[in-house]
Design a protein around this ligand. Structure first.
Ligand code: AMP
Ligand code: GLY
Length: 419
């Protein structure tokens, strides 16, 4: 493999981080990002992530050797199956395997057959029995829309009244078809860790562990978001923990997926809760995390391209991954109001980064008449590394202060749990 032409599908901070990393590969000839953002402007092609026929047409015309899919929606729509049918190489799970993220009830069924430790759960299609169940288990409990809801379909109810309201909120049509079925779960307590693994269907290789900050406000308060910041590695993670998660959670998942004829190739991302009674699986994602990828790519020493290539050929067992010792931190700067209604079109000025090893990954950004503007909720991911978590945090926050982004919303406590 030499002189590869690579297409990344997506337009978030995750895709900017993947593009930044792939652009450093000696195996790369040309990179494209569809549709990308202002951070990936030199590689952008204006094709929406869900326009699978147009992506295939582009990949055939441009003789793309490998396509890498960032977000979950095109995976759930079957982009991988469609590329395979067109004879194109693509990194990511098929539509059948992507159900691990696309349907929470499917995920729970797989966890059950693979005997994976997870929260006790029940599924409902009508609000009345759902409410009766909520009353029987009491609060706290967790209510989840069954389908994809961009990380916002989960309500952690600390009291009974909130839980009962959540049943109506999710099932009353506010979440569309994602809310037709409702999953109600036992509340688990502990620290969360995201573990992303490369998988070729048979072999899985863990990436470095990451702690995300899902809530909008400092101290883990406020609404759930797509993620307000990350750091890696969280000190709570140990080599023994990793070995047991790979053996008891990841390997059985791959086995069950293969046995049912839907092997999992791509990134298998475990959302773990480290409880007093061991690690429990909150959820699967079937893709790189955002903003997990920003710190993972910052710490990956190896070339990413041969790893992705090996996954598409079932040769991951031949690949060695190398990671930097440095700690990495990513602070997300969001539009004021996010995750609720937020303003767009806010002008942003970025400082020069000459001589710095920090990176500003862009997410919801665009350019209009030469001016950088916000176009989405999560806008920038300020990513820094250091010998210690303290150092990495300091570097990230010094850079945050230098960014001219009026009324930006960000958390000042990213990584504090790890200090
Ligand atoms: P999910 O999309 O299923 O990962 O849920 C989003 C967030 O809700 C998770 O990252 C947790 O912070 C929280 N959460 C989900 N399930 C549970 C649970 N069973 N117990 C406690 N918190 C949960
Ligand atoms: N940051 C969590 C996710 O990508 O789902």
């Amino acid at each position: 493999m030499k002189n590869l032409r690579v297409l990344i599908v997506g337009n978030g901070g995750r895709e900017h981080a993947l593009a930044w990393k792939l652009a450093q590969s000696p195996e790369l000839e040309q990179l494209f990002v569809a549709p990308g953002n202002a951070g990936t402007v030199m590689w952008n092609v204006p094709i929406p992530t869900q326009d699978i026929p147009a992506l295939i047409e582009f990949a055939l015309k441009e003789k793309i050797d490998l396509t890498l899919v960032g977000p979950e929606d095109p995976l759930s729509l079957g982009i991988v199956d469609a590329f395979h049918e067109a004879g194109l190489r693509i990194f990511g799970p098929t539509q059948a395997a992507a159900q691990l993220e696309g349907s929470k009830s499917f995920a729970k069924t797989i966890m059950e057959s693979a005997q994976i430790p997870t929260a006790a759960w029940a599924i409902f299609e009508d609000p009345l029995p759902a409410k009766a169940y909520v009353r029987s288990i009491g609060a706290p409990c967790v209510l989840k829309a069954d389908g994809l809801a961009a990380g916002k379909g989960v309500i952690v109810a600390m009291d009974l009244e909130t839980a009962l309201q959540a049943v109506d909120e999710i099932m009353d049509g506010g979440f569309g078809s994602a809310g037709k079925k409702l999953v109600i779960e036992e509340f688990l307590e502990g620290q969360e860790v995201s573990l992303l693994c490369f998988s070729d269907g048979v072999t899985a290789c863990p990436m470095v562990p990451v702690q995300d900050h899902k809530r909008a406000l400092e101290g883990d308060l406020g609404l759930n978001t797509g993620g307000m910041g990350t750091y890696s590695p969280p000190p709570i993670w140990t080599a023994e923990l990793e070995a047991s998660v790979m053996k008891d959670l990841v390997a059985p998942t791959l086995q069950v997926m293969s046995a049912r004829g839907t092997p999992f190739q791509g990134v298998l991302f475990l959302g773990l809760m480290l409880t007093q009674r061991g690690p429990k699986l909150l959820e699967y994602n079937v893709r790189f995390g955002d903003p997990e990828t920003q710190v993972v790519m910052k710490r990956l020493k190896s070339d990413l391209l041969p790893i992705l290539w090996a996954c598409t050929e079932g040769r991951l067992s031949e690949v060695e991954l190398e990671w930097k010792e440095e700690v990495a931190v990513c602070v997300v700067m969001a539009a004021p109001g996010y995750p609720l209604a937020y303003a767009k079109g806010i002008p942003i000025h970025l400082p020069e980064l000459q001589g710095s090893d920090s990176v500003i990954f862009q997410a919801g950004t665009g350019i209009s008449e030469g001016q950088l503007l916000s176009t989405g909720g999560r806008v920038l991911g300020i990513t820094a590394e250091g010998k210690t978590l303290q150092q990495a945090r300091e570097k990230a926050y010094v850079l945050v202060e230098k960014i001219d982004f009026p009324k930006a919303h960000y958390r000042r406590d990213i990584g504090v749990k790890g200090l």
